[in-house]
Write a protein that binds this ligand. Sequence first.
Ligand code: ADE
Ligand code: ZN
Length: 341
Amino acid sequence: MDASNLKTLIEGIPKAELHLHIEGSFEPELMFKIAKRNSISLDYASVESLKKAYKFNNLQEFLDIYYLGAQVLIHEQDFFDLTWAYLTKVHSQNVVHAEIFFDPQTHTERGIEFGTVINGIYKALEKGTEELNISFKLIMSYLRHLSEEEAFKTLEQSLPYKDWIAGVGLDSSEMGNPPSKFEKVFKASANHGYKLVAHAGEEGPSEYIREALDLLKVVRIDHGNRCLDDDELVERLINENIALTLCPFSNLELKVIQKMEDHPVAKMLDRGLLATIHSDDPAYFEGYMNENYYETAKALNLDKNQIMQLAINAFEASWLSTEAKEKHIAAVTEYFDTWDL
Ligand code: ADE
Ligand code: ZN
């Protein structure tokens, strides 16, 4: 497939995004605008100098700058604007369903009310459904570099808004913060009706993926790249139909892989894993859904069927109703039928 055909093919796919940190979609231009209206001075003189700082050798170097950027978000309107900017961007990329993470502790730790954060995000998501026809689920992520006790506080704060929150996740610094640290709070979260996911096997070992399954009882693994180190684990992920929400640009930018050609997604599809592709923190890694699909497909020489499988897998792995999943998967299949490649 030539490059221009591949690009056009990818642009037209109806897509589901299942791994997106809303704070990671904070584009520098919007960051400067919000900083100005909140009278906050950023450490960088311009958008260009800020973007130059987006060079990371590992997850922690990225997280340090990501948490700094989030500090300019103060008012409900800021969270609304952040979310709305993401939705309008991905609408232009034919994303029709989004399951979005937010990190309440990044904000409550700075004295911002939980309600301020979620009201802004949720109102934008509702507007996205009404005006852009994008369905959504909201996932509250616990920061794993903080204590389980802090996560319990966040769980408590979330309860008045529990009807707005589909599930909980686990993100931030993986090494040294294994899933086992959060076993009790995940159990309590499940008792409140939240679905469960966790980042695991991004930088951390395959053992963390096992822990996420065994101890946290997650239904999806975010990243999970390292599962390929462990054949028995791969078999289990296949048998239990556990999706892996992969993020190729993120992996490349955070040096989880050294070049796109090394990305494990093709191997994972070959083995029958429920692998999906997403953007993680698109403002920092400079790629939304289309760019992630395109660069991955190009580097790994994915064929039409593999690309279609990735798109179908994302709806399959989503938290949509069976009926909605079927509708979206039929639309994907029909779309690919129009391509005679
Ligand atoms: N928070 C935002 N992006 C993340 C990632 N890729 N891994 C862990 N925590 C994150
Ligand atoms: Zn992530």
